[in-house]
Design a protein around this ligand. Structure first.
Ligand code: DAH
Length: 346
């Protein structure tokens, strides 16, 4: 091929040249401009060119070399230096594995487990019951009168086919199941999901979690109930924390109380969560009503007991300082990832 034709061929080749990686750029440089490269080689041949063509071909050759250098520069800028070397792109087996993120425990599950651990530590077993419950276990055996508002459509999600079955409105239904199937003494807690027909807001949700507690033995006292709950709060939140009790009413306990603990958010100074009182309500409790024991086949002249039921979301709120309940159900990774290592911000 004449020198003239070869120059034309290389000019076309330059225009078409592509490089995706730094390695390919280097290959281009060596092929064109290297010591044995195509352009360099033409300069060697140029020495044999006759005088009449020397001037014209000399100019074209010089332009070809400049074009090759410019193209090389262009290609060099076109590749991203931060790209991994080719071996890695194709799967370098010595490279450390890039692990997919693994899932973590949900904050509500973490708090539930912590609550369970405290009670297991003082001899309570864990028991469970169904989420679709019958009227007997959710209401009747617990002394709810037939016209009690909790039985109302407004509060309860009934399952199709009448009012016999509903989504349980509290874990107190598991108390009944345990007492019906277990001879005292009983010490058990029942964590689980419960449902209420509520408008969803920052402070209320139609599904939430409770941990129920039931203690049945001989001569059980209210002081034992209070001591147990105080131990629970101190173990979970620290020895400086405590409870107070306020008289209340539940159909299945007599007497009944509501339990407040020191507000962890403001340390007692008063804030929006504790409504400026320094105390936050965390559960209901009381001495098991003798009629409930009898309903469940336990002789109330021999046995007595206490019970309590707490909201897991409320405990979580005090632990994590999360003000809006809806966050627990949105499955937003940015929220959930903060709990992945299971640490607590108490
Ligand atoms: N079941 C009640 C509720 O959901 C909470 C409760 C109160 C449970 C008193 C108890 C108890 O075991 O003794 O609001």
């Amino acid at each position: 091929m004449s020198l003239r034709d070869r120059i034309a061929e290389l000019e076309a080749e330059l225009r078409k040249a592509e490089a995706r990686t730094a390695e390919e750029v280097e290959r281009f440089r060596v092929a064109m401009l290297g010591r044995n490269g195509a352009v360099t080689e033409l300069f060697a041949r140029f020495r044999q060119v006759g005088a009449e063509e020397k001037r014209e071909l000399g100019q074209r050759l010089n332009r070809l070399k400049q074009d090759a250098q410019a193209r090389w520069e262009e290609l060099r800028q076109g590749v991203d230096d931060s790209r991994p070397p080719k071996a890695c792109e194709e799967g370098d087996p010595t490279r450390p594995a890039a692990l997919d993120p693994i899932g973590g425990a949900h904050p509500i599950g973490l708090v539930r487990d912590r609550i369970v651990e405290v009670f297991r530590g003082i001899g309570f077993t864990v028991s469970q019951g169904p989420e679709v419950e019958d009227d007997h276990h959710n209401f009747s055996a617990l002394n709810f009168p037939p016209d009690h508002p909790a039985r109302d459509m407004q509060d309860t999600f009934f399952v199709e086919g009448g009012k016999e079955h509903s989504l349980r409105t509290h874990t107190s239904s598991v108390q009944v199941r345990v007492m019906e199937s277990t001879a005292p003494p009983i010490r058990t807690i029942s964590p689980g999901r419960v449902y209420r027909n509520e408008a969803i807001s920052a402070r209320a949700h139609a599904m939430f979690h409770q941990v129920e507690g039931l203690y049945v033995d001989k001569d059980v006292s209210f002081a034992e109930l209070k001591g147990t709950l105080d131990h629970f709060v101190k173990t979970l939140f620290g020895p400086g924390m405590g409870i107070r009790m306020r008289p209340s009413y539940f159909p299945f306990t007599e007497p009944s109380a509501e339990v407040d603990m020191n507000c962890t958010i403001c340390g007692g100074d008063g804030c929006a969560v504790c409504k400026q009182s320094g105390w936050v309500e965390i559960m209901g409790c009381g001495m098991v009503d003798p009629a409930v024991l009898a309903n469940c086949g336990i002789d109330p002249t021999i046995w007595s007991g206490f019970a309590f039921g707490m909201g897991v979301e409320r405990i979580a709120q005090l632990m994590y300082r999360v003000p809006d309940l809806r966050l627990y159900w949105e499955n937003d990774m940015r929220f959930l990832e903060q709990f992945r290592d299971g640490t607590f911000r108490t």
